[in-house]
Design a binder for this molecule. Sequence first.
Ligand SMILES: Cc1cc2nc3c(=O)[nH]c(=O)nc-3n(C[C@H](O)[C@H](O)[C@H](O)COP(=O)(O)OP(=O)(O)OC[C@H]3O[C@@H](n4cnc5c(N)ncnc54)[C@H](O)[C@@H]3O)c2cc1C
Length: 347
Amino acid sequence: MRERERDWAGWSGIMVFAEFHHPATPDTPDGEFDPVTYELIGKARELADKTGQEVTCVVLGSGVTEPAKELLYYPVDRVLVYDRPELRHYVAGVYAAFFHDAIVAEKPSVVLMGATPVGRSLAPRIAVRFRTGLTADCTVLDIRPNGDLVQTRPAFGGNIMATILTKDARPQMATVRYKVMPRAERAERPGAGRLFRREITEPAALASLARHLKAVAVRSEERVPKAESISEAKVIVAVGRGVKSEKDLEMFEVLAERLGGMLGGSRPLVEKGWIPPSKQVGQSGRTVRPDLYIALGISGAIQHVAGITGGTVIAINSDRTAPIFEFANYGIVGDIYEIVPELLKVL
Ligand SMILES: Cc1cc2nc3c(=O)[nH]c(=O)nc-3n(C[C@H](O)[C@H](O)[C@H](O)COP(=O)(O)OP(=O)(O)OC[C@H]3O[C@@H](n4cnc5c(N)ncnc54)[C@H](O)[C@@H]3O)c2cc1C
């Protein structure tokens, strides 16, 4: 054990995997960072400042050197870029080899990744290579003065919050879902951070380029337009099992529309097929941080409220003992079928 601790002495810094979405076709310009990147940077900066460490972002992709300069407007110390044509499409083995190279070179104490499809695929591959722990879907992250990352996430079906430490390995790895942490502020000018291009030399990583799966063509799926994503909505009217029939949803849709928001809901309504899975709020659905969340006929199970990470919450429920009232900022005890029509009259 003592020997391992000595090994960690060289492990320092908070590394953020800055996931870049390439444009659909090579001739369309731009591309963008996954929005969770900016939230991870905010948290990384906070953890780094507490312990006197540096924040390094790692960017993998093709033609990403220019777009990566955007990250310098955020509170980062370094941006490490691997810019190669082979990194245009996400291929797990190749990305893992390159990210592995970054970690070997930098020896970060902490690695933060978004709980996106790419992050969820890449993070365990990296954790295995370093024989380290990985805590998925953290809801709270903190750091001790000795650099131990304190990772909190729901466990046992969300009924308890578990605090996890990666005590005997480095790097300490965590994934975080979008909208769980506040976003870092973009400065008007680039800060003191510096961008470095890194060429990979490790034979295993170079070999991975030839050996693994090759993406020959990528067809982009009909993507849900940004405004349609419930995670981005400023106002959410969420419905639960208090709704008696599918056709009644129309009334709640109208309420959402009048408030300039979107309709969301609890898992039972998704299971009934009344609302799509993309609109489910909660532990196994989306995490949201709207300005206003109106919960209608929702009991407030821990797995549901785990998905609401900010904003003002108003609950309407006929049962005054419903747990949602413990969570909400404002509560109305009453029947949604009486109160919502009244609200619509006013609106
Ligand atoms: C591993 C796991 C993951 C899960 N993930 C999620 C998740 O992501 N999201 C999620 O939502 N759930 C999730 N669940 C399910 C969760 O535990 C609850 O079962 C679910 O959230 C309950 O949904 P509900 O509040 O709509 O229904 P209920 O708990 O049945 O509550 C209905 C509420 O409506 C009220 N009501 C009834 N009629 C009226 C009326 N006319 N006017 C006003 N109020 C009325 C009732 O008083 C009651 O409080 C998960 C469960 C597990 C085990």
